[in-house]
Design a protein around this ligand. Structure first.
Ligand code: HDE
Length: 688
C-alpha cells in the first residue's frame, strides 16, 4: 500500500521579504571550515597543547573563538510569551478598505503583503510545554511597502487588567512563585488566584482562560484578536474605532484538559510540530482578517466602555467585516535567527491605523521597544534580517551595538544645509505619518473611569453563551485550578468572586474545593452571544490525524479502501503497530508501520481506526490497542472499528454510541467515519 503522506512539499512564490532574506541565508553544506575571520581550519578535534599530555595553549585562536562563541549563544528570553513558534506567509486583501483607512496595504483588492506570524504561550519559559492552559499570543508582522505594521494580539479577545501599570503584578502573580519557582507554565497556584480575587477586573478574562479557548488544539484552529480598540483613519481624516479579528479556516477547536496534560509529557512540542508539519505537507494555515467598526460619533452608545480591554463588542451587535486572508505557507530556515530574534511592537503602525486612549494599549506602546533593547542588545535590532522593513529607511539615528549599515556622508542631523536638509520629512499627502488629531481635555489624575467598573456583566454574558459541555469544562477547570491552591482563604475568595458570574457554578466549585458555599448574587444579565461558543464552529476532516492500529493478517481490501477515503478527505494517517517495519494482510497486502505503541500514544491522534491482527507478543499488542481505545473514548474522540477489530472494542471500557462507527455490515462505513472524524468530539458520552 502506498504509505506516503500524499503531500509533497509545495513551492511558494517568492515575495519581497523572501527576496530580502535570501541575501542573508548561508548554506554551509560542502564548504571548507573556517574561523569567523575566514581562516581555514586544519584541526577541529584536538586543542593545541604543550606536549601530547600537556596543558592547552591560549594561542589556539580557533579553540578560543569556538568556545567563546558557544559561551555567548544565549540571549534573554522574552519576559512573557517566551515559548513561541513562527512561520512566514502572505496576506491577501479581498476588498479595498479605502473607505475606512488609508493604509497602503489595504487599498487594492487582490494585493498581497508578506507576513511573519509568531504564536506563543504567555506564562511558561522557552523550554516549557505547548499544551499548558494559557492564553496564546498571535503576533503578525506585515511587511508593507510603507513600513512594518505589527498586529500583536492574543487568541482571547479580552485581557486580565485594564491599566498597563498592573501588568508586572499580573505576571508576577501568574508566573512560577519566586521562592521555589513552581509551578512552571501553569496558573493553578496560590499567587495567581490571590491576584484574581483581589483584582476583580480579571473576572471576564478568567472565564475565557478556564474555558476550552485556553487549551487550543493547535495554532491553526484558534481565533486571533487585536484585543484593544484601534483606529482606522481614511484619506479624508475620518476615523472609525476598530477591533481586529482573525478567523481560522478550519474552525476553533480545543483539547480536552486530561488530554492536554498527557500530551505535555508525550510530546511537549505538540502545537509547534503541528504547525511545522502542516506547512511542510502543504496544508497551509489560513486565517481571515476582519474588523468590527464603530463610528467616532457612536463612542458612547454602548453599555460598556469601548476603551476597556476587559470588554468585547458582541459580534451580533457590531458585526465583523472580513476583508482579507493570511496564509502561512513557509517554515523558518532558522528558529533563532527568525522566531527568536523577531521583535513585535503594537506601536509599529502605518498611516491609516492609529491608537486610542485604551490605558492598556497606551502602556504597551512603551513596553515593547523597551524590552527589545535589552533582549536584542541595543537599538539596532531593526537591522536584524527578520525585523527589516522591505522598504528603505533613512534618518539621523546612528551608531550603537552591532550597527550593520554604513551611513556615508558628514551630516547626521536635522535641520541642515550641507545635505540640502535631507533626509526630509513628508507631508500627509506624501505618506508622512500624521497622528490622529484627537481632542483631549481633562485634569491630570490617577483614577479609573466609572465606565470601566462593571466586571461581571460580560463574564456572565460569556457564561450564558456556552453550551452545557462548555460550561462543564469551565467548572472542571476551576475545580482543578482552585483545588491546587493551598490557601483556604484564597479558595474562598475566588468562590465568593465568581458567584457574581453564576451561583450554581460557584456553588459546585465551593463544594469541590472544600470551602463554604458563596452567599452573593449572580449578575442579572440574561443575554448571550452565539459567536462566543465553539459549538457552532467549522468542522472539516482536512488535516486531522488518524492512528490505524494494526497487526499482521488484516483484511487488505477493507483497510486499503478506508485509508484511501481518509487520504481523499485530506486526513493524515499514521500506521501504528507492535514494531516499525512491514506487516502483511491475509491477502498478502503489505503495509509499512511508521509508529509503534512505544513511540506514539492515543492522545496524539484526533481519531483511531481499530483494525487489529496478530503480533509477536499478542497479549501486549491486544492490551495496547484496548488502552488506545479507552483513552480515545474518554477524550470523546471518534473511533472506527474494522470488521477485524470488534474483539478489541468489546474488551475496552468504551460503549457503542455517537462517534463509534462499526464496519461490520455497514457499506457506508468510510463516509460515516470521515464525518465523525470531522465532528472531532462527541460530548454526550458517559465518562468515568
Ligand atoms: Fe504583551 N508583551 N504586554 N500583550 N505581548 C510582550 O514584548 C506587555 C498584552 C503580546 O511573539 C513583551 O517582545 C504589557 C496584551 C504578544 O514576540 C513585552 C502589557 C496582548 C507578545 C510585553 C501587555 C499582548 C507579547 C515581551 C500590558 C494582546 C509576544 C517580549 C499593557 C493584545 C510577541 C516582547 C512575540 C510580548 C508587554 C499585554 C500580546 C514585555 C506591558 C493585552 C503576542 O513588551
Amino acid at each position: 500500500m502506498d504509505n506516503s503522506t500524499g503531500n509533497e512539499k509545495h513551492i511558494v512564490e517568492e515575495n519581497s521579504k523572501d527576496q530580502q532574506l535570501a541575501q542573508f541565508r548561508v548554506n554551509n553544506y560542502g564548504t571548507k571550515m573556517t574561523t569567523n575571520q575566514s581562516v581555514k581550519v586544519s584541526e577541529d578535534e584536538q586543542s593545541l597543547k604543550a606536549g601530547i599530555r600537556g596543558p592547552t595553549l591560549l594561542e589556539d585562536f580557533h579553540f578560543r573563538e569556538k568556545i567563546t562563541h558557544f559561551d555567548h549563544e544565549r540571549i534573554p528570553e522574552r519576559v512573557v510569551h517566551a515559548r513561541g513558534y513562527a512561520a512566514h506567509g502572505e496576506f491577501e486583501l479581498y476588498e479595498s478598505m479605502k473607505e475606512f483607512t488609508k493604509a497602503g496595504f489595504l487599498q487594492q483588492a487582490g494585493s498581497k503583503t508578506p507576513v511573519f506570524t509568531r504564536f506563543s504561550n504567555v506564562v511558561g519559559s522557552r523550554g516549557s510545554v505547548d499544551t499548558a492552559r494559557d492564553v496564546r499570543g498571535f503576533a503578525v508582522k506585515f511587511y508593507t511597502e510603507e513600513g512594518n505594521y505589527d498586529l500583536v494580539g492574543n487568541n482571547i479577545p479580552v485581557f486580565f487588567i485594564q491599566d498597563a501599570i498592573k501588568f508586572p503584578d499580573l505576571i508576577h502573580a501568574i508566573q512560577p512563585e519566586p521562592h521555589n519557582e513552581m509551578p512552571q507554565a501553569a496558573s493553578a497556584h496560590d499567587t495567581f488566584w490571590d491576584f484574581v480575587a483581589n483584582n476583580q477586573e480579571s473576572a471576564h478574562m478568567v472565564m475565557w482562560q478556564m474555558s476550552d479557548r485556553a487549551i487550543p488544539k493547535n495554532f491553526r484552529m484558534m481565533e486571533g484578536f487585536g484585543v484593544h480598540t484601534f483606529r482606522f483613519v481614511n484619506a479624508e481624516g475620518k476615523a472609525h474605532f476598530v477591533k481586529f479579528h482573525w478567523k481560522p479556516a478550519l474552525g476553533i477547536h480545543s483539547l480536552v484538559w486530561d488530554e492536554a496534560q498527557k500530551i505535555a509529557g508525550k510530546d511537549s512540542d505538540y502545537q509547534r510540530r503541528d504547525l511545522w508539519e502542516s506547512i511542510e505537507h502543504g496544508n497551509f494555515a489560513e486565517f481571515e482578517l476582519g474588523v468590527q467598526m464603530i463610528e467616532e460619533k457612536d463612542e458612547f452608545m454602548f453599555d460598556f466602555d469601548i476603551l476597556d480591554a476587559t470588554k468585547i463588542w458582541p459580534e451580533e451587535v457590531v458585526p465583523v467585516k472580513i476583508f482579507g486572508k493570511m496564509t502561512l505557507n513557509r517554515n523558518v530556515d532558522n528558529v533563532f535567527a527568525e522566531t527568536e530574534q523577531v521583535a513585535f511592537h503594537p506601536g509599529n503602525v502605518v498611516s491609516g491605523i492609529d491608537f486610542t486612549n485604551d490605558p492598556l494599549l497606551q502602556g504597551r506602546l512603551f513596553s515593547y521597544l523597551d524590552t527589545q533593547l535589552i533582549r536584542l542588545g541595543g537599538p539596532n535590532f531593526t537591522e536584524i534580517p527578520i525585523n527589516r522593513a522591505v522598504c528603505p529607511f533613512h534618518n539621523n539615528q546612528r551608531n550603537g551595538f552591532s550597527r550593520q549599515r554604513i551611513d556615508v556622508g558628514q551630516v547626521s542631523y536635522h535641520k541642515n544645509s550641507l545635505a540640502n536638509n535631507t533626509p526630509s520629512t513628508s507631508t500627509a499627502a506624501e505618506g508622512g505619518f500624521v497622528h490622529y488629531a484627537e481632542k483631549v481635555e481633562g485634569r491630570i489624575i490617577q483614577a479609573r473611569s466609572d465606565s470601566f467598573k462593571d466586571h461581571f456583566s460580560q463574564a456572565r454574558l460569556f457564561w450564558n453563551s456556552m453550551t452545557l459541555p462548555e460550561k462543564q469544562h469551565i467548572t472542571e477547570a476551576f475545580i482543578f485550578e482552585v483545588g491546587k491552591v493551598q490557601s483556604k482563604s484564597v479558595r474562598q475568595q475566588v468562590v465568593d468572586m465568581f458567584v457574581h458570574v453564576d451561583k450554581a457554578m460557584a456553588t459546585t466549585i465551593a463544594d469541590a474545593v472544600g470551602v463554604d458555599r458563596p452567599t452573593g448574587e449572580q449578575s442579572t444579565v440574561t443575554a448571550s452571544s452565539p459567536a462566543l461558543s465553539q459549538a457552532n464552529t467549522i468542522r472539516v476532516p482536512q488535516t486531522l490525524k488518524v492512528g490505524v492500529l494494526i497487526g499482521n493478517g488484516f483484511n487488505g481490501a477493507e483497510v486499503k479502501a478506508t485509508v484511501k477515503t481518509f487520504r481523499d478527505n485530506g486526513i493524515t494517517v499514521d500506521i501504528v503497530g507492535e514494531r516499525l517495519g512491514w506487516i502483511q494482510g491475509s491477502d498478502g497486502l503489505r503495509v509499512m508501520v511508521n509508529e509503534s505503541f512505544v513511540t506514539t500514544d492515543s492522545v496524539l491522534f484526533d481519531s483511531i481506526y481499530v483494525v487489529g491482527g496478530t503480533a509477536v507478543n499478542q497479549a501486549k499488542f491486544d492490551s495496547d490497542i484496548v488502552s488506545f481505545i479507552n483513552q480515545a473514548f474518554m477524550h470523546y474522540k471518534p473511533i472506527g472499528i474494522a470488521t477485524t477489530g470488534e474483539s478489541f472494542f468489546k474488551a475496552s471500557n468504551a460503549t457503542a454510541g455517537p462517534g463509534i462507527v462499526f464496519a461490520e455490515g455497514n457499506p457506508s462505513f468510510d463516509q460515516i467515519f470521515v464525518k465523525a472524524i470531522a465532528q472531532q468530539r462527541f460530548w454526550n458520552r458517559e465518562i468515568y
